[in-house]
Design a protein around this ligand. Sequence first.
Ligand code: GDP
Length: 525
Amino acid sequence: MSTDPQDVAPAPRRSIAVISHPDAGKSTLTEALALHSHAIARAGAVHGKAGRGGVVSDWQEIEQKRGISISSAALQLRYGDTVINLLDTPGHADFSEDTYRVLTAVDCAVMLLDAAKGLEPQTLKLFEVCRTRGVPVLTFVNKWDRPGKDALELCDELEQRIGLVAAPVTWPVGESGNLRGLLDPRTGAVTTYHRAPGGATLAQEEHLAPDEAVDVLGADATDAIDQAGLLPAPDVESFLAGRTTPLLFGVALTNIGVRELLDAVLRFAPAPGPRTTADGSDRAVDDPFSAVVFKVQAGMDRQHRDQVAFVRVVSGVFERGMPVVHAQTGRSFATKHAATVFGRDREIVETAYPGDVVGLVNATALAVGDTLYDPEGPATRFPPMPSFPPEHFVTARAADPGRSKQFRKGIAQLAHEGVVQLLISADRGDGEPILGAVGPLQFEVVTFRMEHEFGAPVRTQSLSYGLARLATDEDVAALAGARGVELVTRTDGTRLALMRDRWVLQALRRDRPTLTLPELLVSAA
Ligand code: GDP
């Protein structure tokens, strides 16, 4: 051993995720970020999404069809002397609980908006998770090369709909569809861009001093200065408190505004910090190694049949091969097979620091939310992963009644891993459980794994429910004999009332005024 990594100060870190609605440009922005930070030479190497969608017959096929979003967990970028961990939030048709869970593993989110569309439904859902978890949010308005909303109108939308005050880091010179440059409201300087063809290389920049900018760009420049002046300057404190969002504009497709976004990540996103443990104490980043599992990907590849548990390092230094204790079982294991996952290629990880993501291959005992720690240091355990309100429901049965034992075992295992939520209805019993999910892809995973991994093919049937509410003891009593609502018990003991939609809920409440049926919050339960 030459140097002990513990003695070498690691590069500063930032761990972030991009939250957006499909088509806002997340893949394009990811490529642009990678390009600016020189992690890859040309855009296009990160995401290959040709032919997404279609019939699913094999996990690898799902993966191919949907691009890398299923297998990738994090991209590590070096920008200046800072390492940026960009965690992937699968966010297309494959929206699932995974998407939410990733947000428990980052310190900051970049909310990506399409200039023409503003806040869209999936962005709002993800934003709510950030807010509940106290994850601060930067905002990047993309596609300013296309006609869209007015910049101030977008700021109003942020304030009115989600209570975030926009604090511009950059401001567009020229309305959407006519981007002439980006203003730095702090200095009055403007950067103009000469696009490189195809967007595969960096746009050439020219910097105009404030006087020059007004000379060259005329009223567009003075308008931009006036508009940006109506809004507060960004500051770290109000950003961390969730009151303001540093706001940037750009064109991911031609890499405009992306360097400014990276600078803003360095300036505003907090470095990895201490994490509260289950007993309420803090695990500091310089405490001995500990990590939390935020994603498990298992049994997806028929040839390799492996399982990768992705952990975020919370404290200390991870060194490949070191023994770690799995807090949930008390067992210790060696971490020979540690990898980062970059696209489809795994690279062996030797050392990782707080904020980094490590994929542990074949650590089959690990489930989402589990804790690992260094046996040399004090034991620790982080609170369990929050559960999210399911919106899709199916019943599941063993296709072959002779395999009902395997069926029960498999379903219980998948629920334990957090692939779906397992809901038992008194009417149906545990031979026909209800599975709840945030996105329907979760059911595809169940079907695939039940057949290939547990040898118990399942038949699922969708239910017409789309809304789950918490059922208190009083609610359970008041709902006796009610139609259009089904009471179920989740594995964590929570009782839920399932119904079709808000209208059913309204009707129930009208007929039974004592009902509370509170919202299922994103809880740490
Ligand atoms: P994702 O679904 O959020 O990952 O979105 P993609 O990155 O796949 O982008 C969706 C579409 O928007 C693609 O056709 C992109 O080429 C296009 N797009 C992304 N960013 C921009 C942009 O800044 N300007 C324009 N005009 N198109 C963009």
